[in-house]
Write a protein that binds this ligand. Structure first.
Ligand code: C2E
Ligand code: MG
Ligand code: MG
Ligand code: MG
Length: 291
């Protein structure tokens, strides 16, 4: 209950922030300064294989500790960066920060798991995106298996052919691509059969409702089944409870990401976790009803 109200309060705060014109303008200026002064950092959230309990990969999530306003969610400031064009330098910053961290991790631990980067539709459409991506990898001595890409359905809103050919290029280069927040955008299911991608992430808004709402449960089940029939893997995001995990696991969801297993954490913490647990997480016990 406390969690629920916490979330609503946050939502209201986020909406308020996002809708106030002056706030947006001042955040834009602050973003610009933060870029110049390198005031961002990356956190990493593990993805867990639902069958083995092993951490397969980690999603890189941008953090901006704002000096006056405290923590501001990327779901608030990324859209502001997109509107103002700052998303391009911001994305370049993220790309290098994640490559640097991944290269450091490769040197320390025999970690054969990729870091996943969220690519904003605007940066994805940028003419130099693929070039900058491959250049960043080369600079840090990484291969395309080290970095995976996450896009949202937003990239499909315009220039579908162009998007499909860029995705094909990425896959030919050896990158794995996921569609993030699946089911929340406006793209139609028919695109999915032509999209050269590897994975789909069920949006947390469906996962959150699984236990209480039969429609969300049905949608989640349908997404998993559809994806598997198309030869795609499925990740569930925002998994917070054992009930959600078990529902999804029973319906053959491949990977899990959420507070039930791990929050996004700084690099050092991720390293400790990988070392201590050997990259394995304890999976919840099967509920009585399943035994
Ligand atoms: P996303 O890519 O869908 O990332 C998942 C979000 O869900 C993250 O929020 C993560 O912290 C949160 N999350 C994960 N598990 C749970 C859970 O069990 N419960 C709850 N309540 N939340 C959970 P975050 O870090 O605030 O990021 C929000 C969005 O901002 C991301 O959604 C992504 O769209 C965008 N974003 C974050 N980092 C970047 C970035 O480096 N570049 C771009 N372009 N976008 C980013
Ligand atoms: Mg994501
Ligand atoms: Mg997501
Ligand atoms: Mg999401």
């Amino acid at each position: 209950q406390a969690k629920q109200s916490g979330r609503n309060t946050w939502r209201e705060y986020a909406n308020e922030l996002a809708s106030d014109v002056n706030t947006r303008l001042s955040l834009r200026t602050d973003l610009q300064k933060a870029l110049v002064n390198d005031h961002f950092s990356m956190h990493y959230q593990p993805l867990i294989n639902g069958f083995t309990g092993r951490i397969t990969s980690a999603e890189a999530l941008l953090r901006w500790p704002h000096s006056d306003r405290g923590y501001i969610s990327p779901s608030v400031f990324v859209p502001i960066a997109e509107e103002s064009g700052l998303i391009v330098p911001l994305s370049q910053w993220v790309l290098h920060a994640v490559c640097r961290d991944k290269a450091a991790l490769n040197r320390k631990i025999m970690a054969d798991f990729p870091f996943i980067i969220n690519i904003s539709p605007l940066y994805f459409q940028h003419p130099r995106f693929v070039e900058e991506l491959t250049h960043a990898l080369a600079t840090h001595n990484l291969s395309p298996q080290d970095i995976q890409i996450e896009i949202t359905e937003g990239v499909l809103l315009e220039r579908v052919d162009h998007t499909i050919s860029k995705l094909s290029t990425l896959r030919e280069l050896g990158f794995s691509v996921s569609v993030d927040d699946f089911g929340t955008g406006y793209s139609s299911l028919s695109y999915l059969k032509d999209l050269p991608v590897d994975k789909i992430k069920i949006d947390s808004s469906f996962v959150r409702q699984i236990a209480g709402d039969r429609k969300s449960a049905a949608i989640s089940k349908a997404i998993i089944s559809l994806a598997h029939h198309l030869g795609l893997k499925v990740v569930a995001e925002g998994v917070e409870t054992e009930a959600q995990y078990w529902f999804l696991k029973r319906h053959f969801c491949d990977e899990f990401q959420g507070h039930l297993f791990a929050r996004a954490m700084p690099m050092e913490q991720l390293e400790t976790r990988l070392r201590e647990k050997g990259g394995g997480e304890t999976l919840p016990m099967a509920p009585e009803s399943d035994l």
